[in-house]
Design a protein around this ligand. Structure first.
Ligand code: SF4
Length: 457
């Protein structure tokens, strides 16, 4: 399947060293300032330039538990590369591609092996093996905590596995990063749903000193749109068929997950929600909308239109993601909204009504042939853990409430949270940035509790 092919080629060793030689080794490196996790970029580029690949990856790993992932999916043009001084008058150093090269070279050649630190400082349970859970687990394992991850899925990675398409982030890359964390002594319980099979309280009863909740956003938002069949609205009244009931209306995260499961062989190709030649409308204009649009084209859609109710200046997708989507043939409709969905007797979509109201222009109403509507308009956290844990509070949008000291502790003592589940972060590296601070908060908390116990003995 075409969606499995990775889009960007890697460097050869000669190309990587040549690119590294462009770095000026700035005394005050702006690239490092631009990186949310303060990656020591000039230091590892310097080692790469000399061909010291082991040293280069060791420097990267002091700050990042997901270097091969960051090298591929970070918003480099807004962060490190966007801050590189060379970018002021020409091309910035291609830091993302260099990081990816170093991380892949390390994995391919098994260069570095993390020393497994003795686990004497305490026991921490991490719920969720997404970017924030992996970061907390890696950082705490590295400083002497026994860490166990509880992941509800059969495969780890969270959004990295099920939310970012294979062509942008091959799943083998995610699996390699997870294997590295396991080699550090982190124990992972897959297919284990906290809030269903076990609870936060039962984790404390098992002797964990702290619990980290990094379950991300798992409830995608949707919109209800009036549905018409044979000229009659069928989405109101008794026996109503709502738009969210239609099998050709999907949430982007569910769509991407299904494509991933099919590519892994867990589902059949016929179960794909988008047929060959389909006309697909994607509602929303963030990175998930770009991923869903490009994936729909890759699996055979003949035309994909993004519908966004505002202008291009306010889209949340990265410019590079938008540019790639345009290059691949995705069409964009600004200031638009789908106001009607028309279905046939089998409830398959036949047409949509698109209304556009650009400021200072006459509104336009068009009826367009359609096969699928995919919503990519954001998500909120699931509430299972809150409902099964006493003392844990969330806000009116279901985000967990946390505090600054110790950083990331929720309203329940010893329970911490970070990443998307607290509503602070929107990208993988920002979730990692937040999780790194929470890992420090957990270490401070566990150390303090143990010290107090010792004093009171
Ligand atoms: Fe090298 Fe650019 Fe960073 Fe300067 S800002 S150290 S040139 S990568």
């Amino acid at each position: 399947m075409r969606f499995k092919e990775e889009i960007n080629e890697s460097y050869t060793m000669v190309e990587a060293i040549r690119e590294a030689q462009r770095c000026l080794q700035c005394k005050v490196p702006q690239c490092k300032k631009g990186c949310p996790i303060s990656n020591d970029i000039p230091d590892w580029i310097h080692e790469l330039k000399k061909g010291n690949m082991g040293n280069a990856i060791s420097i990267i790993r002091t700050k990042s538990n997901l270097p091969a992932v960051c090298g591929r999916v970070c918003a480099h043009e807004k962060q490190c590369e966007g801050s590189c001084v060379l970018g002021k008058k020409g091309e910035p150093v291609n830091i993302g591609k260099l990081e990816r090269f170093v991380a892949d070279f390390d994995s391919d050649n098994q260069l570095t092996h993390e020393d497994v630190v003795e686990k004497t400082r305490g026991k921490v349970a991490v719920i969720g093996a997404g970017p924030s859970g992996i970061t907390v687990a890696g950082d705490l394992a590295r400083i002497g905590f026994a860490v166990e991850i509880f992941e509800m899925e059969a495969q780890c990675g969270g959004v990295l596995r099920y939310g970012i398409p294979e062509y942008r982030l091959p799943k083998e890359v995610v699996a390699r990063e997870i294997r590295y964390i396991e080699k550090m002594g982190v124990n992972i319980h897959r297919n284990t749903h906290v809030g269903v099979e076990i609870t936060v309280d039962s984790l404390f009863a098992q002797g964990f000193d702290a619990v980290f909740v990094g379950t991300g956003l798992s409830k995608p938002k949707s919109l209800e749109i009036p549905v018409y069949q044979n000229g009659r609205c069928i989405s109101e009244g008794e026996g109503a068929v709502r738009s969210s009931d239609l099998k050709r209306v999907r949430l982007a995260t569910h769509f991407l997950r299904r494509v991933e499961l099919i590519s892994e062989g867990f589902m059949r190709r016929e179960e794909l929600p988008v047929d060959e030649g389909a006309r697909v409308f994607v509602v929303g204009c963030g990175n998930t909308a770009m991923d869903a649009s490009r994936t729909a084209l890759r699996i055979g859609a003949s035309q994909v239109d993004v519908i966004y109710n505002r202008g291009i200046d306010t889209m949340t997708a990265l410019r590079a993601e938008y540019d790639d989507a345009v290059r691949e043939g995705v069409r964009f409709n600004w200031w638009g909204a789908i106001t009607e969905i028309h279905v046939d007797d089998n409830l398959d979509i036949t047409e949509i009504v698109l209304e556009t109201s650009e400021p200072d222009k006459e509104p336009v109403r068009q009826t367009l042939p359609a096969s699928n509507v995919i919503f990519a308009i954001g998500a909120t956290p699931a509430t299972k853990i809150v409902r099964t844990t006493s003392g844990l509070e969330n806000d009116d949008q279901n985000f967990l409430i946390t505090r600054e000291v110790p950083y990331g502790m929720t309203t329940r003592k010893g329970v911490f949270a970070g990443g998307d589940v607290v509503g602070r972060q929107a990208t993988v590296v920002h979730a990692m940035q937040d999780a790194k601070k929470v890992a420090q908060g957990i270490a401070q908390y566990v150390d303090a509790v143990k010290l107090i116990k010792l004093i009171n003995m």
